[in-house]
Design a protein around this ligand. Sequence first.
Ligand code: SF4
Ligand code: SF4
Length: 74
Amino acid sequence: MGYIEIEEERCKGCELCEATCPRQLILISARINRMGYHPAEFAAEGCSTEKGKGCTGCALCGLVCPETAISVYR
Ligand code: SF4
Ligand code: SF4
């Protein structure tokens, strides 16, 4: 199992990580960061869909992020 941390102030809200996560564990937040973007957030704990249970630490989200804002831990 794994988990991720997203540096919200580096995030540009491009949604690539949200589209990439095979478990649908990343959502775009309603908050706005200092650059004026809606940052991505790790939604593992709040996710109620069957797919959204448990980050595998696959690191796909970290690989696609153009801002290297995501750290993946296993
Ligand atoms: S490491 Fe994999 S499973 Fe975990 S949030 Fe990133 S893409 Fe999703
Ligand atoms: S891929 Fe990176 S910059 Fe794009 S929404 Fe996700 S964390 Fe933000």
